[in-house]
Design a binder for this molecule. Structure first.
Ligand code: NDP
Length: 324
């Protein structure tokens, strides 16, 4: 098979094309012919070693394709089935072996590229908006990086749940995309956390927001805490600008009995039933047109390094895909 391999940790240049032996499906696994590969910010954490894993490895957690063969004990999928996955390293390749329990079936109404483009970020936005803080009509919410892959989905889902949506972005082009996805207001981050929080309060009658969805991390954390209303929730779900330093819990008290959580998709799709329900909810929303998926960039598999460079330099919007 053809793949991208990481043999040393580092910048995008460590993502090297390689020809590797075709994998065989083991117990409980399916062998999938990969049709589309999702690029996610977490792929950069693996590439740099923020999330340690054994070297060498084929990166990428998200993909979609058609089952070619199944290993012993697999009854939930069969050759020919169209599937996606979100939690198995090895997706930057033309073939992938994935535990059958981690596969989500793709409905007939969706093509494999669209399903792959939305499955990981869509399920993440879904749990953030419906479980981490169940958004209620009238809630004010703040979505950082509102034009990113996650941001565009969060804006749409929060708006659909009846929220007043404020999004941060770094450019006018991104403002327009976030507004198109449902943001009522857009703000620039600015260098001063207090200033951003004041602008958020000015848009919320001085109250602050019920929830901040923060996947930016280090650069926005202070502003996020300061933007919350009393008993508001900071959902710190990523660290595109770097990890957040340790926090004194007393800050949650002085801020107004605030809640801080660091959630992850894995814990929200732990069983095949939970995965199927969450994937079905997202795929159905796409199929009916309630949820729009913006593919902001398609790259040949061998150009994975370019995709990472673009993502990390804030040049991208929406979802990035690699084409095997
Ligand atoms: P995005 O498409 O959102 O790209 C990252 C965006 O973050 C940039 O476009 C940029 O938008 C913004 N940003 C702000 N500061 C920086 C910085 N210093 N360096 C880079 N980007 C910056 O990526 P994804 O949608 O793939 O992921 C977004 C976040 O969601 C990541 O932190 C990721 O780890 C997290 N995530 C978490 C999951 C979970 O379950 N916990 C699951 C999926 C994703 P702008 O220019 O507008 O500021």
């Amino acid at each position: 098979m053809h793949a991208i391999r990481v043999s040393t940790l580092g910048g995008p240049g460590v993502l090297e094309p390689a020809d590797l032996p075709d994998p065989e499906p083991g117990d409980g696994e399916a062998l999938v012919e990969v049709a589309a590969i999702g690029v996610n910010y977490i792929d950069t954490y693996f590439r740099t070693g923020i999330y340690p894993t054994a070297l060498p490895f084929v990166p990428g957690l998200e993909g979609g394709g058609t089952v070619r063969a199944v290993g012993p004990g697999v009854t939930s999928v069969a050759p020919g089935d169209r599937v996606t996955w979100t939690n198995t390293l090895g997706s930057y390749a033309t073939l992938a072996t994935v535990p059958a329990a981690e596969l989500a079936a793709v409905p007939d109404a969706l093509d494999l590229e669209t399903a792959t483009a939305v499955v990981l970020q869509g399920m993440t936005a879904h749990y953030l908006v419906h479980d981490t803080h169940p958004v209620a009509p009238g809630d004010a919410v703040l979505v950082h990086a509102g034009a990113g892959g996650m941001g565009l989905l969060l804006c749409q889902m929060a708006r659909a749940a009846g929220a007043f949506v404020i999004a941060t972005t770094s450019s006018e082009e991104k403002d327009a995309l976030a507004r198109g996805a449902g943001a009522h207001e857009t703000l620039r981050y600015g260098p001063d956390p207090d200033d951003l929080a004041e602008r958020v309060r000015a848009l919320t009658d001085g109250e602050g927001v019920a929830v901040v969805y923060d996947g930016v991390g280090r650069a926005t954390f202070d502003a996020s805490l300061a933007s919350l209303r009393v008993r508001g929730v900071l959902a710190l779900y990523g660290a595109a600008s770097g990890p957040v330093p340790p926090v004194d819990p007393q800050r949650l008290n002085s801020g107004g009995s605030l809640y801080l959580t660091r959630p992850s998709l894995h814990w929200h799709v732990r069983t095949p039933e939970a995965l199927a329900a969450r994937a079905d909810a997202v795929f159905s929303a796409v199929a009916t047109g309630e949820l729009d998926v913006r593919v902001g960039g398609r790259y040949p598999l061998d150009a994975a390094a370019d995709a990472h460079r673009d993502l990390e330099s804030r040049r991208t919007t929406g979802k990035l895909l690699l084409q095997p």
